[in-house]
Design a protein around this ligand. Structure first.
Ligand code: PRP
Ligand code: URA
Length: 214
């Protein structure tokens, strides 16, 4: 159900994810449904992404007797790139409610398409966490690449990048700047347009989530 492209790009072809992504692409899908879809797709994708996470054996007492079970060996930190990444983080926290959350506020300058950081708050202990960075759109790759550099500077060592829609330009940029970070996406679209939007894409994810579009 998952397709691996190169050594570091994983595309989720699960029918439920694809059906929800198609609804999210639809320009007539209303904001409340769009928000719900982003959260649901992120939760389904994180289920797959965490498949290989290490577990540790722990003692547990059932109502009948002591036994042992499995628990996640390392903390998980979810880092949404604001604003649109917040829509995905919500869904992931339903599945992993104990996760730490770091916030990175980054927007693309509309003229230059260069990333601008306006907020950063990461957990102190991020070094020992498995870090999942989330942003629905991987377009030029500038925001994600910049965000990953900030997170590495804070000490993070195990990082995965999760998006909904990627394109060849963004994948090439991340592969060049952060070859150690695997990319998980539900789609690799055709290309970018002149304004740096993904085609066919789903439009401006932040504006669709928060009703701030033109
Ligand atoms: C969008 C998106 C990514 C970025 C992708 O955010 O959520 O963060 O663009 O583009 P890039 O790969 O070319 O950097 P945007 O800048 O629109 O900010 P917003 O989430 O606050 O709307
Ligand atoms: N940011 C978005 O929200 N959508 C795109 O297609 C590209 C960047």
């Amino acid at each position: 159900m998952n397709q691996r492209i190169g050594h570091n790009v994983h595309v989720s072809r699960h029918p439920l994810i694809q059906q929800k992504l198609t609804r999210a692409r639809d320009r007539t899908t209303p904001r409340d449904e769009f928000r719900q879809l982003l959260a649901e797709i992120a939760a389904l994708m994180v289920f797959e992404l965490t498949r290989e996470f290490e577990t540790a054996r722990v003692p547990v007492e059932t109502p009948l007797e002591p036994t042992t079970g499995d628990t996640l060996a390392a903390d998980i930190t979810v880092v949404p790139i604001l604003r649109a990444g917040l829509g995905m983080a919500d869904g992931i926290l339903h599945l992993i409610p104990q996760a730490h959350v770091g916030h990175l506020g980054i927007y693309r300058d509309e003229q230059t398409l260069q990333p601008v950081t306006y907020f950063k708050k990461l957990p102190h202990d991020i070094r020992n966490s498995s870090v999942i960075v989330v942003d629905p759109m991987l377009a030029t790759g500038g925001s994600a690449s910049h965000g990953l550099a900030v997170i590495k500077q804070a000490g993070a060592r195990r990082i995965q990048f999760l998006c909904l829609v990627a394109c060849p330009e963004g994948i090439a940029r991340l592969a060049a700047d952060h070859p150690d970070v695997p990319i998980y996406t539900a789609a690799i679209d055709r290309c970018l347009n002149d304004q740096g939007y993904i085609l066919p894409g789903l439009g401006d994810a932040g504006d669709r989530l928060y009703g701030t579009g033109p």
